[in-house]
Design a protein around this ligand. Structure first.
Ligand SMILES: [Zn+2]
Length: 320
């Protein structure tokens, strides 16, 4: 009897130990669940319901934001029946105060859920900057106060980013580029997503300029209009996604600037933009991309301004 009691206590102890170690692991690496994230998103966005968000069956990507929020995504993979025309990376919510840019991507996720036909291989990220959107007063920047769309490793980053921010924006905190390229987990995540997924085209949704912008160092024609939004080329900025992916990497970057950050386009307009976008993709994929294969180390070295300067080369020669 005594032995049996000891055995029972040992088993109980083992279970408690297991539970304790499980709990402490949970505490060390918080793993917010999708339903929790959907609940936070639905509380913030009147256009995205909690169930609507859950029904999208989003997955967690491998990355989290500065505050530990998962960066959610959904893949619509190639189907057996057909070879996709290309890989499309669709991103909403780069700037946390552009609510409509998140909501519209949720509406398009619903369309893809219903109608994904294998025409394209999609990776969709409705909310790149969860901390910016989900804080009490939403902000353009992430939790470190960095504008993610100025934090990509363009070759001119070190030479121009800080100067541009100080002189051209008068140190506007909404456009702070960070201390160095890819200083933020959210931009690092997108950088590795581009390297891994190798998209043929990137579509980024923003607001509120009410236009379509396009960046590509190549022969692809920009769409003249998507729904009511007309083409208006705004140019590039040091560290912007259009500059980095569109110009430097020669991946066409289509930027959709919705008309209002806080007001959704009508359901018809959401549909019209989508239809025009799909038509443009059909006409332009696969994309011809000029340029050499990318040397990632070299790219990061240049962006951080660590190339050897002429006078440094002189010094090296003098040594020998
Ligand atoms: Zn924006």
């Amino acid at each position: 009897m005594k032995t049996r009691l000891v055995n029972i206590f040992m088993v109980l102890g083992f279970i408690l130990l297991l539970h304790a170690s499980y709990a402490s692991t949970e505490e060390r690496t918080p793993t917010p669940r999708i339903d929790h994230e959907c609940s936070r998103i639905a509380k913030k966005l009147s256009s995205v319901g909690y169930k609507e968000c859950l029904n999208r069956n989003l997955q967690r990507s491998t990355s989290v934001s500065v505050n530990g929020a998962p960066i959610l995504f959904k893949e619509y993979p190639p189907l057996k029946s057909r070879e996709p025309m290309g890989r499309v990376l669709l991103i909403g919510g780069t700037h946390g105060d552009e609510y409509s840019s998140v909501s519209v991507v949720f509406k398009w996720l619903k369309m893809l859920d219903q109608f994904h036909s294998g025409l394209f291989h999609w990776h969709v990220f409705p909310l790149m900057n969860p901390d910016g959107l989900l804080k009490k007063k939403s902000s353009r920047t992430n939790a470190n106060g960095v504008d993610l769309n100025r934090n990509f490793p363009t070759r001119d980053w070190k030479a121009k980013s800080e100067h541009y921010w100080i002189v051209r924006t008068n140190k506007n905190p909404r456009r702070y580029p960070g201390t160095h390229p890819l200083s933020e987990p959210e931009s690092r995540w997108l950088y590795s997503e581009i390297n891994d997924f190798k998209p043929d085209v990137i579509i980024a949704v923003h607001a509120p300029h009410g236009i379509v912008d396009f960046n590509h160092n190549g022969a692809t024609d920009a769409p003249n209009k998507l729904g009511r939004l007309h083409l208006n080329l705004l140019g590039t900025y040091p560290g912007s996604l259009g500059n980095f992916a569109g110009i430097q990497r020669s991946i066409p970057v289509l930027t959709i600037e919705l008309e209002y950050a806080g007001i959704m386009p009508s359901p018809r307009e959401v549909n019209d933009i989508w239809i025009d976008m799909i038509r443009w993709l059909r006409q332009n994929l696969p994309v011809e991309r000029p340029g050499e294969p990318v040397d990632l180390e070299e790219e990061l070295r240049l962006a951080q301004g660590k190339e050897i300067k002429i006078d440094e080369i002189d010094e090296i020669e003098n040594i020998f």
